[in-house]
Write a protein that binds this ligand. Structure first.
Ligand code: PGA
Length: 249
């Protein structure tokens, strides 16, 4: 899977144009699941652009309540049935907006109750890595979610994105070996807990230049792409790298 997280970028017309460009370049992709995650207000027009394609449509966040007096929030029933997936636990939600593991877990569970596929993002800060705490931090973030839900979703209905916080938007990609090591740990930990692991993506400064090497590593099943997802030609190159890596497996 290659998922493009547009974050808080593009106006609606620019976002629709970006979706058209992604459709043109990636619409015929048959090996890799391609997803775009535009801002909330773009979701409906982007859905119309992607309607006849297999490109998945995702939201960047969701609130855990069904409805009510929660000014500014978007609930799972508002997305279910026409959005394919939702991202929860992105490091910008955790670190810029103070979201806790418990809140991320509520969001995950609420999205699943409404049948949405979920991409759960986990990852350590630079300090946590320097202190040798990458594995405990990632384990804690995963466990918060697994403890909240009665049973883990089927492996094809959720995805884990390992995104070291220090690599996001910084141009400092984790080395393929670093990414592989943590992705392998996640896979083993979730398999031990849930029976089978969903796909595990790497995210953090993935570019058209480093994607092939990252995706060639065993246990890295694709990428969650920020900056490069805003450039359709780069995003398409990253999708092509994932397709080649999938064929080589
Ligand atoms: P980046 O963002 O590719 O710009 O580093 C990745 C992400 O935040 O998902």
């Amino acid at each position: 899977m290659v998922a493009g997280n547009w974050k808080m970028n593009t106006t609606i017309p620019d976002g629709v144009a970006l979706a058209r460009a992604v459709l043109e370049r990636c619409g015929a992709e048959g090996t890799v699941d391609v997803a775009v995650l535009p801002p909330f207000v773009h979701l409906w027009p982007v859905r119309e652009v992607l309607a006849a394609s297999s490109i998945l449509l995702g939201a960047q966040d969701v609130f855990w309540e069904e409805g009510g007096a929660y000014t500014g929030e978007i609930s799972p029933p508002m997305l279910a049935g026409w959005c394919d997936l939702v991202l929860v636990g992105h490091s910008e939600r955790r670190h810029l907006f103070g979201e806790t593991d418990a809140q991320t877990a509520h969001k995950f569970a609420a999205a699943r109750r409404h049948g949405l596929m979920v991409i759960l993002a986990v990852g350590e800060t630079e300090t946590e890595r320097d202190e040798g705490r990458t594995v405990p931090v990632v384990d804690r973030q995963l466990e918060a979610v697994l403890a909240e839900i009665d049973a883990p979703p089927p492996a094809d209905e959720w995805v884990i994105a390992y995104e070291p916080v220090w690599a996001i938007g910084t141009g400092r990609t984790a080395s393929p070996a670093q990414a592989e090591e943590v992705c392998a740990h996640i896979r083993a930990a979730v398999s031990a807990r849930a029976g089978e692991s969903p796909r595990v993506l790497y995210g953090g400064s993935v570019t058209a230049d480093n994607a092939a090497e990252l995706f060639s590593r065993a246990g890295i099943d694709g990428g969650l792409i920020g900056g490069a997802s805003l450039k359709p030609e780069l995003f398409a190159d990253i999708v092509a790298a994932a397709a080649l890596a999938a064929l080589a497996r």
